[in-house]
Design a protein. Structure first.
Lengths: 294, 308
């Protein structure tokens, strides 16, 4: 794949590992990425597909921690900002397909840069749909943290959250209240100060986790955070399907993905203490690494 | 959307104190002005160089297209920077992080620096400006003039405003005693008590405002006085419904007003309808961008305005 390195910086990240931050991909519209490079690479790699906007902010430290944990086992890790998000190139017409392509670009970049011969995908929330779509029809191991079940369900939940926030902040006078109407009228909806573009909404259409996992033979780990200690009915159906699906439930208060706060330091530490080791151990086994490099 | 051919971007890890922070330098591709704008991260949830809804990314690229170098960065413990995250306190802004950024920029020959920050970022910019000789301008959006910890604003305002007698009366109620058994409420009580002690011991600004004790912080006043003394052009930008603006108006009647009087055009105070604190709406973000760019153009830091 003909992609360029467009600017790069590097720092040591402990125990001989390095962290590289760079712009890469097509020079006309580069992605921004951060790669964790182990001291002794095993040839395995993981691409982390982040969630959208508030989800990205909320989950970032956990994704960084996952990267360090995997790196310690010799697994190279690529995190990235989709074009149209974060430090990525501006993109008119952000779409589900552009995000899926970016995940694949990141995977190829990781494989080319670090010589990885096998790659897994990790996705959170909306990033779960992206990761699943990128891994579609492959046997790449796939980890889904609190994945969105479908685009339709996801956006409905977002619009509802935005409306609740309007009422909470007594911010109703200048809005119709209907984010879907706003989206169609002006091409963008304001979700807690983040733009959701009509192009993304329309392009995602009928995408669902079930549809992108159809025909998949590779292993899947689904991690959910649930006060009831159980997975939702929608995921139960998925798990019961033919794919090789493992699940892990973290019994905690539901994650307020689009809001700041909601968990104190102790609760966050408890979450990370469960989330990272489970994910790392599962990936280590599926990527057939041989443990801590000497 | 800014024409991507008008700028280029370079990521950089740079030292700040004991930590290594990530920054992104956005440079104009053709012809540059003298200024370098440093975008200082804001408050909770926006501690990185992207900011809510990519506000810093968009502003950086717009300004670079108008000839300005722009630098954005992640605080320690946030984004891709090293270090542990810590609670945000207005009396302990992350000055070391910002000084690391400006030191690196100065070493690159980018020494005419304009610091732009919102909320906690505004207080960081103001505090650091005292110690950064290269500061040539400041844009401070919703800078709180009183010191409050993240999430403790209303409680602290009430306690500091109460008389000692009222404070004691409320402290010995059954509700308050019950609260001592809840960790979260104990933290609030401690913060409120600290604020009260500061006010009583005069560690807030001295003097009275309209018959009540002034609550403007010395951590705001002292660097602000320094900015005025050094004749650094400054924009104070508020939303008309922001708590920070109401505090500012109250304190303007006292010592803060005496500093502002006589500054002429040096200190611009501008307001925007509604709230801009936290930049939690697309409308507030566009207003902030517009006002910032107009002011920067007026000060000669950028060449043209972006569709204003």
């Amino acid at each position: 794949m003909d992609h360029e390195l467009l600017g790069r910086t590097e720092r040591a990240s402990g125990e001989g590992a390095r962290t590289v931050a760079e712009f890469f991909g097509p020079s006309s519209a580069p992605l921004f990425g951060v790669r964790d490079i182990p001291r002794d690479a095993s040839g395995a790699g993981v691409v982390i597909c982040s969630g959208l906007h508030g989800e990205f902010v909320r989950n970032h430290a956990r994704e960084t921690a996952l990267g360090r944990s995997l790196c310690a086992l010799g697994i190279s890790v690529q995190r990235f900002h989709y074009r149209g998000t974060g430090h990525g190139a501006d993109l008119e017409g952000l779409s589900f397909e552009s995000m899926r392509q970016d995940a694949l670009t990141a995977a190829h970049w990781l494989m080319d840069s670090e010589g990885c011969d096998r790659v897994a995908f990790v996705g959170t929330r909306w990033g779960g749909l992206i990761a699943a779509a990128a891994a579609e029809e492959t046997e790449a191991p796939l980890v889904l943290w609190e994945p969105a079940l479908s685009a339709k369900h996801y956006f409905r939940e977002l619009f509802r959250l935005a409306r609740i926030n309007d009422l909470r902040e007594e911010n109703v006078s200048d809005r119709s209240g209907d984010r879907l109407d706003e989206l169609h009228r002006v091409g963008v909806a304001d979700i807690l100060g983040y733009s959701i573009q009509l192009s993304l909404y329309e392009s995602a259409g009928m995408v669902s986790l079930d549809s992108v996992l159809q025909g998949r033979s590779g292993p899947i780990l689904i991690v959910v955070i649930s006060p009831r200690g159980s997975i939702s009915p929608g995921l139960v159906e998925l798990v019961a399907g033919p794919a090789l699906v493992d699940t892990h439930v973290i019994p905690m208060m539901e994650e307020p993905w689009w809001f700041a706060g909601g968990r104190d330091t102790i609760e966050e530490q408890a979450l990370v203490t469960s989330l990272i080791p489970v994910t790392t151990a599962w990936l280590e086994k599926r990527l057939e690494t041989t443990g801590v490099p000497s | 959307m800014t024409d991507s051919g008008s700028y280029r971007e370079t990521p950089i890890f740079f030292p700040a104190g004991d930590e290594t922070l990530l920054g992104v330098l956005t440079e104009p591709r053709s012809g540059s002005t003298e200024g370098t704008v440093v975008l200082v991260p804001g408050g909770a949830g926006t501690l990185d160089g992207v900011n809510r809804n990519r506000l810093w990314v968009r502003l950086a690229r717009d300004l670079a297209a108008r000839g300005c170098h722009v630098f954005r960065f992640d605080y320690h413990g946030a984004g891709e920077s090293t270090g542990e995250s810590e609670p945000l306190r207005l009396d302990r802004p992350f000055v070391s992080d910002l000084k690391g950024a400006t030191r690196w920029l100065t070493a690159q020959g980018l020494g005419q620096q304009v610091l732009v920050g919102s909320c906690f970022g505004a207080r960081t910019a103001l505090a650091a400006a005292e110690e950064i000789p290269a500061t040539r301008g400041l844009v401070l959006a919703t800078p709180f003039v009183r010191d409050v910890e993240q999430g403790q604003r209303m409680a602290t305002l009430m306690a500091v405003g109460w008389s000692p007698r009222e404070y004691l009366r409320r402290a010995v109620t059954l509700r308050t005693v019950r609260g001592l058994f809840d960790r979260g409420r104990r933290d609030v009580y401690l913060t409120v008590a600290r604020a009260k002690v500061r006010a009583l011991t005069g560690r807030g600004a001295s003097g009275h405002v309209g018959g009540r004790k002034s609550m403007v912080s010395r951590n705001f006043l002292d660097p602000f006085q320094s900015v005025v003394s050094r004749s650094i052009p400054t924009l104070l930008l508020f939303g008309e419904d922001d708590d920070a603006y109401h505090e500012f108006l109250q304190e303007r009647e006292g010592v803060l007003g005496r500093i502002l009087d006589g500054t002429g055009r040096l200190i611009d105070v501008e307001t925007i309808p509604g709230r801009i604190h936290g930049l939690r709406s697309l409308v507030s973000q566009e207003s902030f961008l517009s006002h910032t760019q107009v002011w920067l153009k007026r000060q000669g830091f950028i060449r043209e305005m972006a569709g204003v």
